[in-house]
Design a protein around this ligand. Structure first.
Ligand code: GDP
Ligand code: IMO
Ligand code: MG
Length: 417
């Protein structure tokens, strides 16, 4: 029996879903504990592509149990659309998909507020996914949000909708229509409601394997990310228990997912960004376009300072390095091992976004490799320079990579003990 968490340790899109999919073979339950439809988690199975947003990536295995914890924010309309699309592809949800009714509800209002804030001249543009994530978590903290449980009580749903719309200075004329629409969604989602903490506790006591699936990345954590250019949930290890009700002292393994280089989508500081031909080449080779929004991702060299920080705050036990194959064909590769900020060099992550904006990366140069590595399945067979690159990253971050991903397909994975 084991309890494992898979966390993104950069700015998201590290290839978490591919790793969750690989590890889920042995798990009985896959649990999302934070975030919402802002996530875009891609799995390639037998050449077929699946992109998950709220539904846990474990859903592709017909016998696995998948959970949405209390810390997630759920747009009932989007969730049902996502479920329908998966059902149309042959996936069954019955008896193995569960929602904690404590989860917070994303309303159409929240999406409007998200876009309004993004488009407002007076506000810092974050480059959000416009899925209403920030406004929903804000309302949750303000204690005016609706919970998923409200979907099945007509009276309560209507009065809470009226209150939240009034609070945001909105017209409440269409509340009856919205109430009816949401009640229908509630009917459809009700069969999936369970007390997630009790079910996870029971699974644990029965000795079943649990797998927590992080969304976004630690550098987007609302507390320890590059604030304000972050998402609005706790994406770091601390968020697992807060968002699922499963105790932290029962988690055995916290696997950190690191891309072999760095990407970021949206605004905010990115010291190792390559706004040049090399960055374009990485984007092209890695097909770096957002899985949720299709936006081109900003690309850069591996940031060892940020990576070491996220390994530290998450208590990473071991790591997965992904998209290593994308780096084939470069004569040299840079790894950032420090920052120079206003003439002072440091290996620490600065706590404000302005300092990070001014940070000049201090690089070490590694020799690249030219071989295609997508067919390799054991560490020893990798080109010597690829092995040296991995070992250098391990030294810089202070963790060991037990999983190496050399392609998007489930099978293109190297395991190391
Ligand atoms: P996530 O949000 O962390 O799950 O990652 P995304 O799905 O947003 O982005 C990762 C992208 O890289 C997806 O298109 C994956 O199919 C792809 N991918 C994952 N691992 C590898 C890999 O090792 N090599 C290559 N070439 N692509 C990969
Ligand atoms: P996965 O799980 C990459 C980014 C957005 C924006 C910031 C805030 O696929 O790794 P939000 O809509 O959450 O309020 O946007 O966070 N962002 C992500 N970037 N991967 C994600 O998810 C992301 N989810 C949000 O681009 O910069
Ligand atoms: Mg993604």
């Amino acid at each position: 029996m084991s309890v494992t968490a898979v966390l993104g340790c950069l700015w998201g899109d590290e290839g978490k879903a591919k790793i969750v999919d690989a590890l889920a073979v042995r798990a009985d339950a896959i649990i999302r504990f934070q975030g919402g439809s802002n996530a875009g988690h891609t799995i390639i199975k037998d050449g077929e592509k699946y992109v998950f947003h709220l539904v846990p990536s474990g859903m592709l295995y017909p016998e696995k149990h998948c959970f949405l914890g209390a810390g997630t924010v759920i747009d009932p309309i989007m969730l049902l659309e996502e479920m329908k699309a998966l059902q149309d592809r042959g996936l069954s949800f019955e008896g193995r998909f569960f929602i904690d009714p404590r989860a917070t509800m994303v309303l159409p209002l929240h999406k409007e507020l998200d876009s309004k804030r993004e488009d407002s001249d007076g506000q810092t543009k974050i480059g959000t996914t416009r899925r209403g994530i920030g406004p929903t978590y804000a309302d949750r903290a303000s204690r005016i949000a609706l919970q998923i449980i409200d979907l099945i009580d007509p009276e309560r749903l209507k009065s809470r909708l009226e209150r939240i719309y009034a609070f945001h200075g909105r017209d409440t004329a269409n509340i009856d229509k919205l109430t009816d629409e949401l009640l229908k969604k509630g009917e459809m989602l009700k069969p999936y409601f369970v007390q997630v903490p009790y079910v996870l506790d029971q699974f644990y006591r029965e000795g079943r394997d649990l797998l927590f699936e992080g969304a976004q990345g630690t550098l987007l954590d609302v507390g320890f990310g590059t604030y304000p250019f972050v998402t609005s949930s706790y994406t770091s290890a601390g968020g697992i228990s807060a968002g699922s009700g499963f105790p932290p002292n029962k988690i055995d393994r916290i696997l950190g997912v690191y891309k072999a280089y760095t990407t970021r989508v949206g605004e905010g500081p990115f010291p190792t960004e390559l706004d040049n031909e090399i960055g374009n080449r990485i984007r092209k080779q890695g097909n770096e376009y957002g899985a949720a929004t299709g936006r081109p991702r900003r690309c850069g060299w591996f940031d060892g300072v940020a990576a070491r920080f996220t390994a530290m705050i998450n208590g990473i036990t071991d790591g997965a390095i992904t998209l290593l194959d994308v780096l084939s064909g470069f004569d040299t590769l840079n790894i950032c091992v420090g920052y120079c900020i206003e003439g002072i060099s440091t290996r620490e992550m600065p706590f404000n976004a302005e300092d990070l904006n001014h940070a000049q990366p201090i690089y070490i140069e590694m020799k690249g490799w030219h071989e295609d590595i997508t067919g390799i399945r054991d560490f020893e067979s990798l080109p010597p320079n690829a092995k040296k690159y991995i070992e250098k990253l391990e030294e810089v971050i202070g963790i060991r990579f037990t999983v190496i991903s050399v392609g998007a397909d489930r099978k293109q994975t190297i395991y190391r003990t």
